[in-house]
Ligand binder design. Structure first.
Ligand code: MOS
Length: 731
């Protein structure tokens, strides 16, 4: 039976904030810093005879396999099995991705898996993979988004729901009549997650039951999709994913390592360890697809937006999704006349899908630069321009209020602490030696979804609480905030709470993605703990409604007993879940922020350095300011990458991402990241859940790159609309 949450939360045990809201250390921090956290590829308890798998990716981007000859590879030293489409059995696809594996004779994209070699050692598997002889017939592929823009249809569906086209008022007429307007086209290139830990799996079969240790963000999608790919019952699949070395959306559900480790283990009749080689992470998993975005904004002389238009184009494999860049534009600013539309072209590149705030991150890289451009034309300060156009209701659904929206407070707080009033509005006027110096800002918005989440809580005779859920921790802090929530609810110190995550047999949660983990799973722990409090009260003869849980004791009136006394007759084990009905239809639930950047641009070389940055974030209750700050500075670092560095270059003749490793795909390193300041707007969101907290991970990224872009313009007077902003575009 699940707890239903559909009205704003009143006071509850979370509001005591004795451990919730404190900057406590990471629950698993010691394991990670001492190298003793066991990641997927490091699991030892899989049996003594694990073999190694190595994937051979297609050497052409579009075509057919004329022949595969595996005989030489099979005779190579140490080889246990060579799996191709001929002996793999028919593989399906999951629900979330359209990419296919061992799909021969078809080749849909470069490095699509065509064979898996299994051998006693990794080196033997890799060496033998070079002996698999594949003959291809190459077809002309479609690799160029610019070339496809002219006839790309409107996308058939929008990720995360809603229409692909929206219209309010009469956009075209309002835009035509405008005195002040911008009409510009921006582009964000293909980008890679480039997380540190590669996709990696160990798969083991016991009869028809499959156990996999893997690195995956959403466990319940994982069992669903793996069962569908293999054509086996979902109940026969068990996944473990206790630690994850970065996900960023790239490990949402089943990638080639997981599916093909399972297939290879079945063929080899042994457990198989399989990590994706770095190149395959770029060309044979998902990535953020390139977008071309036209933004049209119009305003009256007094700075009120009269027309807001955003059209966007991206490409994907057949059946793949569009990049939902326009989501943020629908909700961020008021304006009576509006239109948004996303188009989708078919391209023969690796699949585009969720990466680091899909939609908002690239969408705001266009919209928030266009806002800067229009503010400049109007001669209005960019912050005042945004304040003027704030709204407290969803601009496309006026009946739908925001659950909370302290956007203006975030703008004001950030501006004050950043020293925005010292900015010189005219570009190119501030010099520091050989450097032009500029300041820029951007608004930020990111959806705060919430989903049904369960948890199981055990209370032992020793007074220890154990919390279990199929949640994952991708480096974000899930363990810690769940520990804090349980400790708060039950009135025990943190050390008394054990958290076990990353087991697909545990109660279901939405997992880590779309910044919905924190609000959902803490609410799930809240629900399970409410049920545990009832059960403890019943066993101890208290009335649950007036029993107080604090300091490891349960009290009511003059009576007081240790919490552990409830377990004297046997452990207390309670499971519950929380669900939210149509809450997110009745309220627009979003997080808000303001990002500020100061950059230096070298007068002679055009080199761009970020000198300082600040983020002001509004995400409801901040459950743990140390972890929340870590989330935000991680996002800000990604934002520096998106603004200045990150780009997968497409070879348009051959059809692949050229820079497919961490040497060629540039991301910020320590020397690129200055001091980052993070402020939190003091607020609660009683609408989203009893815990009153929203996710913050992706909010930390959205809005960062356009703030940097706007700072570069303020420093130099050069407006770069095509990311990344590299020095060649300034000179
Ligand atoms: Mo995220 S890109 O929703 O893991």
């Amino acid at each position: 039976m699940a707890m239903k949450f559909d009205t704003p939360a009143g006071m509850n045990p979370i509001d005591r904030m004795t451990v919730v809201g404190r900057p406590v250390d990471r629950y698993e921090g010691r394991l990670k810093t001492t190298g003793t956290a066991t990641y997927a590829h490091e699991q030892r308890d899989v049996g003594p005879d694990a073999a190694y798998g190595y994937i051979l990716g297609a050497a052409v981007a579009k075509g057919r396999i004329a022949s595969i000859d595996t005989r030489e590879a099979e005779r190579a030293p140490g080889v246990v099995a060579v799996v191709t489409h001929r002996n793999a059995g028919r593989l399906g696809t999951g629900e979330f991705y359209v990419q296919r594996m061992l799909a021969a004779p078809d080749v849909d994209h470069y490095h699509q898996p065509v064979a898996v070699v299994v051998a006693e050692t990794f080196e033997q598997a890799r060496a033998a993979s070079a002996l698999v002889r594949v003959e291809y017939t190459r077809f002309a592929g479609r690799f160029d988004l610019e070339a496809a823009v002219g006839n790309a249809p409107v996308a058939p569906q929008m990720p995360f729901g809603g229409p692909t086209e929206t219209e309010v008022g009469d956009f075209e007429a309002a835009f035509r009549d405008a005195e002040f307007f911008v009409d510009e086209t921006y582009s964000v290139p293909d980008q890679a997650h480039a997380m540190m830990e590669p996709h990696a799996t160990i798969a083991r079969w016991d009869g028809d039951r499959l156990t996999c240790w893997t690195s995956i963000q959403q466990m319940n999608w994982g069992t669903r999709d793996l069962a569908a790919i293999l054509g086996i019952p979902r109940e026969n699949v068990r996944l473990f994913s206790p630690f994850i070395g970065g996900g960023f959306g790239g490990k949402g559900t089943v990638q080639a390592d997981l599916a093909l480790a399972a297939v290879a283990a079945r063929a080899a009749r042994r457990p198989v360890k399989l990590a994706l080689q770095r190149a395959l992470m770029f060309n044979a998993t998902i990535h953020r697809p390139k977008t071309i975005q036209r933004v049209r904004l119009a305003a009256s002389r007094d700075g009120m937006l009269t027309a807001v238009g955003h059209e966007s184009w991206s490409g994907n494999l057949d059946g793949g999704r569009t990049e939902p860049t326009t989501l943020s534009t629908r909700a961020l600013y008021a304006g009576p006349n509006r239109m948004t539309r996303v188009h989708l072209a078919t391209l023969d590149l690796a699949e585009g899908n969720a990466m680091r705030a899909p939609g908002e991150a690239p969408g705001l890289m266009a919209l928030e630069v266009a806002m800067d451009e229009l503010a400049e034309k109007l001669g209005i300060d960019p912050i005042e321009f945004r304040v003027l156009n704030d709204t407290q209701v969803d601009p496309e659904n006026p009946g739908r209020p925001f659950s909370s929206r302290p956007f203006v407070r975030a703008l004001r707080l950030g501006a004050e602490r950043f020293g925005w009033d010292t900015r010189v509005a005219t570009p190119g006027r501030v010099r520091d030696g050989d450097w032009f110096v500029g300041m820029g800002m951007a608004g930020a918005i990111r959806a705060a979804p919430i989903a049904k989440a369960g948890a199981r809580v055990h209370l032992g005779r020793d007074g220890m609480l154990t919390v279990e859920a199929d949640m994952t921790d991708i480096g974000t802090g899930s363990y810690t905030i769940m520990q804090q929530t349980a400790a708060e609810m039950m009135g025990v110190p943190l050390e008394r709470v054990v958290v076990r995550l990353g087991d697909s047999s545990f109660p279901q949660t939405p997992g880590s993605g779309g910044q919905q983990g924190a609000p959902s799973v803490t609410a799930g722990v809240y629900a399970a703990c409410m049920a545990l409090r009832d059960e403890v009260a019943r066993r101890l003869g208290f009335n649950a409604s007036d029993a107080e849980f604090a300091d490891g004791m349960v009290r009511s009136g003059n009576r007081s007993l240790p919490l552990a006394a409830a377990a004297e007759g046997g452990d207390v084990v309670v499971e519950d879940a929380i669900e939210f009905g149509d809450l997110s239809k009745r309220f627009a639930i979003q997080t808000f922020g303001a990002h500020f950047a100061e950059v230096g641009v070298h007068a002679w070389t055009g080199e761009i350095r970020v000198r300082r940055m600040l983020a002001a974030c509004a995400a409801g209750r901040i459950l743990n300011p140390k972890l929340a700050r870590s989330q935000v500075i991680g996002g800000m670092t990604m934002g520096i990458g998106a603004a200045l560095m990150e780009e997968m270059a497409v070879d348009k003749r051959v059809g692949f991402f050229v820079n497919h490793d961490l040497a060629g795909y540039e991301v910020p390193v320590h020397a690129d990241v200055p001091h980052l300041e993070v402020l939190f707007v003091d607020e609660l969101d009683p609408v989203i859940s009893p815990v009153k907290a929203k996710g913050i991970g992706e909010l930390g990224l959205t809005g960062v790159a356009p703030a940097v872009a706007n700072a570069v313009h303020n420093a130099t007077g050069v407006r770069v609309r095509h990311y990344p902003i590299t020095l060649d575009k300034l000179i």
